[in-house]
Design a protein around this ligand. Structure first.
Ligand code: ATP
Ligand code: MG
Length: 324
């Protein structure tokens, strides 16, 4: 069975962009692949944060992943900092990673531009990500589109390490994208991101979701209700494609092009379909939260399984590098 690995930062609440771009796909793939899903807390400390918040968010992220449908009886679900091999391999990869490649990463440039003082950890973020994936010698990485460039670098790191220390040792991991590979924030300005504060939480209450959806940006050409629209340029239409059944999506498309509906009518239908998908997830989250010992058990078992695989990889890596 091939292996998949993917991670999510506990840098905020799991949002519908994370869910549609990555986590929903994890749930679909977990039974067809040997799967490792990781809450990557060492990545989350590359930007300013509060320790108490991190502790809470790490736990809440595990709750959200379980509520989304990740099943610990088939997938290994764990927290990165509980498996020290991640940082060990990251250091090793730092010695084969070209600095220029790190400086070229869009996400580094973007996140660095929002900080006064730039920590080296932010630059080296993709090196740790390569270690996360390659420790498990995973060949597929289900992620959103924003991670494609980092994955290209992971392949480059694998190639460089293999060329020096062991041809064919690390597989070159490929990205696996969903149709909703890039969900925009409701202001339509930027990708929905935990760090941008433009998110709709997966576990958010319906009233709060509607308060965000109601004023959401749509096709700017639809100034009046009678102006026909172009669904393809509308973020709300793209959310319909992710949440609404195909016949509804078709109907939305027609109603938009013919100005049969105003944008509020369209948003109301979307809201119903968002609720249909998220209500059971919220209910499961409440069940999981009520059993804190279950979350500890999942994280403990996950770390033990992950460490067995990670430890075996590190032994071979050290052997080949003259470190053992
Ligand atoms: P941060 O702002 O802290 O980077 P984030 O919202 O980008 O947080 P990550 O933890 O960095 O979330 O990414 C987790 C997964 O979600 C990754 O696979 C990423 O590609 C995917 N993802 C993040 N944002 C989106 C989005 N807007 N649309 C689709 N996929 C996304
Ligand atoms: Mg991100």
């Amino acid at each position: 069975m091939s292996r998949i690995f993917s991670g999510i930062q506990p840098s905020g609440e799991l949002h519908i962009g994370n869910y549609l771009g990555a986590v929903k796909n994890w749930v679909e793939l977990q039974r067809s692949y040997e799967s490792f899903f990781c809450v990557v807390d060492y990545h989350a400390i590359t930007v300013p944060y509060d320790p108490d918040d991190l502790r809470t968010r790490r736990r809440e992220m595990l709750v959200s992943l379980l509520a989304s449908g990740l099943d610990p009886s088939v997938a290994t679900i764990f927290v990165q900092s509980m498996v020290p091999e991640h940082t060990e391999l990251a250091w090793i990869f730092n010695t084969v990673t070209p600095l220029g490649e790190l400086e070229r990463q869009t996400q580094f440039k973007d996140k660095a531009s929002r900080q006064e003082s730039i920590p080296a950890g932010l630059l080296n973020y993709p090196v740790l990500q390569a270690a996360d994936i390659l420790l498990y010698r995973a060949d597929l990485v289900p992620v959103g589109e924003d991670q494609v460039q980092h994955l290209e670098l992971s392949r480059e790191i694998a190639r460089r390490w293999n060329a020096r220390f062991g041809e064919g040792f690390f597989a070159e991991p490929q990205a696996k994208l969903t149709p909703s590979r890039r969900i925009m924030g409701l202001d339509g300005n930027a990708k929905m991101s935990k760090s941008m504060g433009n998110t709709v939480g997966l576990l958010e209450e319906p009233a709060s979701i509607w308060a965000k959806l109601r004023p959401a940006v749509t096709d700017p050409a639809r100034v009046r209700k009678t102006d026909p629209g172009t669904p393809e340029v509308c973020n709300v239409y793209h959310l319909h494609r992710a949440f609404s059944p195909p016949d509804v999506v078709k109907h939305v498309e027609t109603q938009c092009r013919t100005a049969g509906w105003g944008c509020i009518d369209c948003k109301k239908v979307l809201f119903e379909n968002v609720n249909a998908e998220l209500t059971p997830i919220r209910a499961r989250a409440a069940e999981v939260r009520a059993r804190p010992e279950l979350v500890d058990e999942v994280a403990g078992d996950g770390a033990a399984t992950a460490q067995r695989v990670a430890g075996a990889t590190m032994r071979e890596v050290k052997e080949r590098m003259g470190l053992a």
